[in-house]
Design a protein around this ligand. Structure first.
Ligand SMILES: *Cc1c(COP(=O)(O)O)cnc(C)c1O
Length: 385
């Protein structure tokens, strides 16, 4: 089976992990700040706070921004459930903004309309989580301008987008947001097996997130309530979690950074071949915004119902039967049973639902061979021809 995404672990990665394994620290050691600083420098953020996965990083980011009961978090329905669940973890109310039919990212026009209505009814969000779907940045300048006008904070869910850029600047630089979160799950651009990182410019947010990822505990006298009782003293300032990354994983992440540029470049070469060779088929291939350079985590196509009678279901099943591990990104979050119990219904976000009805993600990862990609293209031609 050719998967839709796959990690690329090199001999250098293996050596880096073995070295960490043989060192004095295997959980909380020097590899973590080294990885945090290297990635922060790479993307132009002042701070990076590594965590056990991006879901934890989103949760801690919401907590650091003070999200709680009575507050609202808005995100995109076309995302992994974690982008929304982080709001529920904090006791906040979650709502969604429909997507733009071309980029599949949060629609800024829909966001503005919803903000205007929310202002009139006194139900403005405290936090908005734009998701850089498939690795392509949202229109962050516009979302940031709305944040200034309507007073919400911004967490970029850049789980797909490490290595991408927006208006010529790396995603993660937090120029248009408070916090940006990356994921290092194996199907994402670089991996630590499980892992994530929250980037920020704000030292107070970085400090809060460092505490919250480790039980809410500090050993820094400056953060303590009163003077420390001695060199052994630590204080629990808030109710945090054990959301730490290990040194072994950070060693892997640091080593994987050397692949970042090459991985994104190879993903673009794969996308260019798909674009060219699928152009004559009844498919909608992903649009690339001139404002963004996508990290191309995914290559989602839509079956075009105005040009073929072949259903998404038939195409998906045909590709799977041909040994091609296609997937669908994503089932709109508001249609999940948990969210329907919270009051959402099918039909609430029609652009997202129409995209979902026709979407299939093709294999997209840097070690996909020319021959494997040829197999995918040939299968699509056979099924749609
Ligand atoms: C993968 C993903 C997450 C969660 O990442 P983990 O590291 O697996 O917790 C969150 N948001 C989006 C958009 C993702 O794709």
């Amino acid at each position: 089976m050719i998967p839709y995404g796959r990690q690329n672990i090199t001999d250098a990665d293996v050596a880096a992990v073995v070295e960490a394994l043989r060192s004095d620290w295997i959980t909380q050691g020097p590899a973590i700040p080294r990885f945090e600083q290297a990635l922060a420098e790479r993307v132009g953020a002042r701070h990076g706070v590594a965590m056990c996965n991006a879901t934890a990083a989103l949760h801690v980011a919401c907590m650091a921004l003070g999200l709680g009961p009575g507050d609202r978090l808005w995100t995109s329905p076309i995302t992994f459930v974690a982008s929304a669940n982080c709001g529920l973890y904090c006791g906040a109310t979650v709502d969604f903004v429909d997507i733009d039919p071309r980029s599949y990212n949060m629609d800024v026009v829909a966001l503005e309309a919803k903000l205007r209505a929310a202002q009139a009814s006194g139900t403005l969000p405290k936090v908005v989580v734009p998701v850089h779907f498939a690795g392509q940045s949202c229109d962050m300048a516009a979302i940031h301008a709305l944040g200034q006008r309507y007073g919400f904070r911004i967490i970029e869910d850049a789980s797909h987008a490490v290595g991408g850029s927006y208006l010529g600047q790396p995603v993660g630089n937090c120029r248009y947001s408070d916090i940006t979160v990356f994921s290092f799950h194996p199907v994402k651009i670089i991996t630590t097996a499980e892992g994530g990182m929250a980037m920020t410019h704000d030292p107070a947010l970085a400090q809060a997130m460092e505490r919250l990822r480790s039980h809410g505990i500090t050993r820094d006298p400056a953060q303590m309530d009163g003077a420390p009782e001695g060199g052994w003293d630590y204080q629990q300032i808030d109710l945090g979690y054990n959301y730490r990354l290990t040194d072994l994983q950070a060693a892997l992440g640091h080593s994987q950074l050397s692949q970042l540029e090459g991985s994104v470049a190879r993903r673009h070469a794969i996308a260019q071949r798909y674009d060219a060779e699928l152009a004559s088929l009844p498919l909608i291939t992903p649009w690339q915004s001139p404002d963004a350079h996508s990290a191309l985590h995914l290559y989602p196509i839509q079956v075009d119902p105005s040009r073929t009678a072949v259903s998404r279901r038939a195409l998906f099943d045909g590709l799977r039967a041909a040994g091609i591990g296609v997937n669908v990104h994503y089932i709109p979050v508001h249609t999940q049973p948990h969210y329907r119990r919270l009051g959402f219904a099918r039909g609430d976000f029609p652009v997202a639902e129409a995209y979902y009805a026709h979407a299939v993600s093709l294999p997209m990862f840097p070690t996909l061979t020319e021959a494997e990609q040829g197999t995918v293209i040939a299968a699509l031609r056979r099924l749609l021809g």
